[in-house]
Ligand binder design. Structure first.
Ligand code: NAI
Length: 266
């Protein structure tokens, strides 16, 4: 339920928000009353600008809080770009209250075929980026002194590995450990740290994995069929969970992995 709001709940920064789950999270947090900083790789700048315009139009038509937005394109696996992204968001929107480290990549491979290059690329884009986003967001939030929310994208593959991408599973297990460690450190500062574990969700990433080959597509369909609900998730389903983790009401939940997909395997 949306209520009329006259002032911002704070500033949320969402990485990888040009498409898929990140895009839905940015829209949802704006609807919740946050000003939103939008990040993705510089090649997706046009999509981020379109999203910023869409969020502003949404605020106007609902007659509620009109969220402010800013675009902070950059590669979140690079330390200097993460620092610049956070500094720009704070300069343009005034603070950083919610950090959603959502950006990630998936490569299908297995332990016999995966190369060191696969391992390093996936670990860097998925795990190093989360470490950098958590670290610099936490430093900013501690400096502000009014708490905050840090939320990272793990996966069902970060809880129960499947054979089809050891580096991806390892990178998503890493998010879980990082989240717990950061939560223990930051709780006394009023900063909660949690991660979400989407099951199969209909996004460009999922479409690309399914399109790779018929065997892969059939395996994903099997996972969906074996899940408790029996259908594929939509990006908005993940965004509503993140909306809760970002809310004031979730202040007593920290260090957790929110599992959004249940099957016999997990
Ligand atoms: P997606 O591929 O549709 O969107 C991810 C976005 O991240 C893209 O716009 C991409 O350009 C951006 N990105 C990639 N590397 C980046 C970097 N270095 N810097 C900045 N942006 C970067 O993916 P989707 O499906 O929306 O996934 C979002 C997150 O959820 C990912 O971390 C993914 O691993 C995770 N996830 C997705 C699931 C699914 O079924 N779709 C299941 C479990 C987890």
């Amino acid at each position: 339920m949306k209520t009329a709001m006259s002032r911002s709940k704070g500033v949320a920064l969402v990485t990888g928000s040009a498409q898929g789950i990140g895009r839905a999270i940015a829209i949802r947090l704006a609807q919740d009353g946050f000003d939103v900083a939008l990040n993705d790789l510089p090649v997706k700048n046009a999509a981020l600008e379109d999203l910023a315009a869409e969020i502003q139009r949404g605020g106007e038509s609902e007659g509620s809080y009109h969220p402010k937005t800013c675009v902070v394109a950059g590669d979140v696996s690079k330390e200097d770009e993460v620092k610049r992204m956070i500094d720009t968001a704070v300069d343009e929107l005034g603070s950083l209250n919610v950090m959603v480290a959502n950006a990630g990549i998936m490569v299908t491979t297995n332990i016999l075929t995966a190369t060191v290059e696969d391992w390093e690329r996936i670990m860097t884009v998925n795990a190093t980026s989360a470490f950098l986003c958590y670290k610099y967001a936490a430093m900013q939030m501690v400096k502000q002194g009014c708490g905050g929310r840090i939320i990272g994208a793990s996966s069902i593959a970060g809880k129960q590995a499947s054979a089809n991408s050891p580096p991806y599973s390892a990178s998503k297990f890493a998010i879980r450990g990082l989240t717990q460690a950061a939560a223990l450190q930051l709780g006394r500062n009023g900063i909660t740290v949690n991660s979400y574990a989407p099951g199969a969700t209909e996004t460009p990433m999922m479409a690309a994995v399914r399109a790779q080959d018929a065997k892969q597509d059939a395996k994903i369909q099997e996972t969906i069929d074996a899940s408790a609900v029996g259908y594929i998730g939509q990006p908005e389903d993940i965004a509503s969970a993140v909306s809760y983790l970002a809310s004031e009401e979730a202040h007593f939940i920290t260090g957790k992995l929110l599992n959004q997909h249940v099957s016999n395997a997990n």
